[in-house]
Ligand binder design. Structure first.
Ligand code: AGP
Length: 610
């Protein structure tokens, strides 16, 4: 939520900040703004809307300077208006500040400041912080101390960057709960919410931890805690590829990411299969193998699409490895006095590695003594750092807000963990080898599904005006029904429900009529015939069936109005294939309805507020 960027160096920072904001726009896109210091004064431009609208404002009224900050917003407090856009300034325009996060005690501090006669211009929690810094500066006459004291007064999450017109050669950044990285160039620093905004300038980066701040000048960086204790930080290398940040001729990042799946599935598997032993080796879990061998229970913590991945993981692990699994919404887990402890293995699943609810739930589980693992995409993200061990999914940068390739890579990681755990326990070598072979086939099978794109587009054309959709699946594919429905609603704004196919008759069947498209995932597995019965129930009530079925299943053509085929694989791996046609269906419907698929309304890529 919200992208922040700050620059200090020798270049004119306006174009650099605007370009970085475009990279960060997936984090929030309801307003954007920039502030620079020139000749000891702040220049601020901010606009409701996309970064492109800020660019137009800058064309009409440019700013220039070699120190500046920029922000792209996902509103929490206050509507997305010009006034509420960041940067926010104090009443005397000495400080400008950008913020990602939420200041929880802003109302109390605001009351205090109002009593002192401070005049506010916006409805945001962020303005409270910059006004507080200005008040403290009047006492300390020192930029750094004022920021530090203010941060000690606030409660909540923040990644901030602050400018001071009176100390124009200093940029201060700090974090608590919201990500912040500082890129190190030659006589320049660029700080941002994530590496995508930094990588085209430098690969050398320092990640701040919670409660830390960095004071940046053109000649050096000082890092300390907000309690004024010096900290030494390691310089790390950004591994992200700049090409991953381009659309490569695709009209949208989402489509590029859907089409990347044969490759990203291959990358998630690379070097991790041991065919001669019929198992998987996950380097990131090597040091906790002993604890995994004796785990009494596994608990998945995640949100949204990653939560659906956890549900598939539950089916996989319980069936193959016979370890009890629970799948928790991270946002619920943290507030319900959960029972976890020693012997439990908690696995946070997160594409971004920054989701606030998942992070907080993970910390709670750790506090209670569980072994904390992660399945994460973004290298160096907070969840990846705070887990005891973990598995990177290596899906590369995912820019489209709707998660696609990261989901299938999370499923691959879960299948690998399942295989490893199952082989540690009772799964035979022969069974293990069957899973290894089936995993190896997945990249080619995924590529084959993409060949059906034009027929899926034709289905989308037929149903694009539907007002509701129902998605049904059973067993391993029940979570895929949930995921297909989530994908459709988040990018096309059509109401969609995912349901266990057999559960439908206990309520949702009342919704079915000739206007209700019903997407049924019905691969060739042990419960195929049961799902066919559920399809008959829908047909008997006039519902229109779109089936995702296994190649060779000719019978389904007599029951469904449309069939999309996926190649045969093991039942536990079908979700990795069956979700791909659902990605394409949601994508095409959303495009046909004129929706902004990469930046759907009200959403943001990484949800760093609770
Ligand atoms: C996916 O399409 C969503 N935009 C969303 O549900 C997402 O999966 C969720 O916010 C969790 O994100 P994470 O994987 O980065 O933790």
């Amino acid at each position: 939520m919200c992208g922040i960027v700050g620059y200090i160096g020798t270049k004119n920072c306006e174009p650099l900040i605007v370009n970085s904001l475009k990279r960060l726009e997936y984090r929030g896109y309801d307003s954007a703004g920039i502030a620079v210091v020139t000749h000891g004064a702040l220049q601020v431009r901010k606009k409701a809307g996309k970064v492109s609208e800020l660019e137009e404002a800058l064309d009409a009224s440019p700013v220039s300077g070699t120190i500046g900050i920029g922000h792209t917003r996902w509103a929490t407090h206050g509507a997305p208006t010009d006034l509420n856009a960041h940067p926010h300034c104090d009443q005397d325009n000495i400080f400008a500040l950008i913020h990602n996060g939420i200041i929880e005690n802003y109302a109390v501090i605001k009351q205090k400041l109002l009593k002192r006669g401070v005049v506010f211009r916006s409805e945001t929690d962020t303005e409270v912080l910059v006004q507080l810094i200005a008040v403290l500066y009047k006492k300390t006459h020192d930029f750094e101390s004022a920021v530090r004291l203010a941060l000690n007064e606030i409660v909540g999450a923040y990644g901030i960057a602050v400018l001071c017109a009176r100390e124009p050669d200093k940029l201060i950044v700090a974090r608590n709960g919201s990500p912040l990285a500082v890129g190190i160039g030659e006589n320049e620093y660029i700080a941002a919410s994530d590496a995508s905004a930094i990588v085209s300038h430098t690969r050398q980066v320092v990640y701040l931890a919670d409660g830390e701040m960095a004071i940046l000048t053109r000649t050096g960086m000082t890092t300390k805690t907000i309690d004024d204790v010096a900290v030494t930080k390691d310089i790390e290398e950004i591994t992200l590829d700049v090409e991953q940040l381009q659309k490569d001729g695709f009209p949208h990042f989402m489509l590029k990411e859907i089409y990347a799946q044969p490759e990203t599935i291959r990358d998630a598997l690379r070097g991790r299969l041991l065919p001669e032993e019929g198992t998987a080796r996950l380097g990131g879990l090597a040091k906790v193998e002993g604890k995994l061998r004796t785990a009494k229970r596994i608990v998945f913590l995640s949100c949204g699409t990653s939560w659906h991945a956890g549900l598939v993981g539950e089916y996989m692990i319980e069936q193959c490895a016979r370890i009890p699994v629970e799948v928790e919404y991270a946002s619920e887990f943290r507030y319900r006095n959960p029972m976890v402890g020693e012997g439990d293995v908690v696995i946070a699943i997160s594409q971004s590695g920054e989701t606030a609810d998942t992070l907080a739930a993970l910390r709670e589980a750790k506090r209670q003594g569980a072994l904390a693992l992660g399945i994460v995409n973004v290298v160096g993200s907070t969840i990846a750092r705070e887990t005891d061990a973990g598995v990177y999914i290596h899906a590369g940068a995912e820019i489209g807000v709707a998660s696609t390739k990261a989901f299938t890579s999370e499923l691959v990681a879960l299948a690998l963990i399942t295989l490893m755990l199952a082989r540690m326990r009772t799964l035979s070598y022969v069974e293990g080898t069957r899973i290894v072979r089936a995993l190896e086939e997945l990249p080619v099978q995924a590529a084959k599904i993409l060949l059906a794109d034009s027929s899926i587009q034709a289905i989308a054309e037929k149903f694009k005006d539907a007002r509701n959709f129902l998605y049904l699946g059973r067993g391993f594919n029940f979570p895929i029904a949930l995921e297909g429905a989530l994908k459709l609603k988040e990018i096309s704004y059509i109401h969609a429900e995912g349901y266990p196919a057999a559960e439908m008759k206990h309520g949702p069947i009342a919704l079915i009529d000739e206007n209700m498209p019903v997407v049924v995932i019905v691969p060739h597995d042990e419960i195929h015939d049961k799902v066919i019965s559920n399809i008959e129930e829908v047909r008997a009530r006039g519902g229109r069936i779109i089936a995702i079925a296994t190649e060779g299943d000719k019978h389904i053509e007599q029951l469904a109005e449309h069939v999309v085929y996926i190649p045969q694989t093991l039942p536990m791996l079908t979700p990795i294939l069956s979700v791909i046609p659902l990605h394409l269906l949601a994508y095409h419907i959303a495009v046909m309805r004129g929706c902004n698929v990469d930046q759907p309304r009200n959403l943001a890529k990484s949800v760093t507020v609770e």
